[in-house]
Design a protein around this ligand. Structure first.
Ligand code: AMP
Ligand code: ZN
Length: 112
């Protein structure tokens, strides 16, 4: 756990979140400021600053994140979704504990 990391505190149960999935490797909870009908954050239990750091240090957790993202989309939005990783403040990353945004349903026009 990293001190003063919001998502480490959610993983540890110290801060509440609207959980949708938990297993040995990941937790997933609804984004507090949803940008789509389905907007869930998939978070590895182990602190890492971004998705590349997860891949380098705990590839099994990245694999578990992908499986969880699909399970959430299967449950909530017909199995179809975008999976977004903001990486760096200049592109909008605000929480520096890796997380994938699972976005599904009727989406606003996207840049990609
Ligand atoms: P990012 O901008 O990619 O770092 O994404 C961080 C996301 O975390 C944003 O979409 C926020 O709305 C979301 N967020 C911030 N605090 C919370 C919280 N306590 N519970 C759930 N989502 C949060
Ligand atoms: Zn953390």
């Amino acid at each position: 756990m990293s001190d003063d990391c919001l998502f480490c505190k959610i993983v540890a149960g110290e801060i509440p979140a609207d959980m949708v999935l938990e297993n040995d490797h990941v937790v997933a909870f609804r984004d507090i400021s949803p940008k789509a009908p389905t907007h869930v954050l998939v978070v590895p239990r182990t602190h890492a600053a971004n998705v590349a750091a997860v891949a380098a240090s705990a590839p099994h957790e990245l694999a578990a994140m992908a499986v969880a993202a699909q399970q959430i989309a299967d449950d909530q939005c017909g199995g179809e979704y975008k999976w977004v990783f903001n990486t760096g403040a200049s592109v909008g990353q605000t929480v520096f504990h890796a997380h994938g945004h699972v976005l599904g349903g009727e989406l606003e026009e996207s840049i990609v």
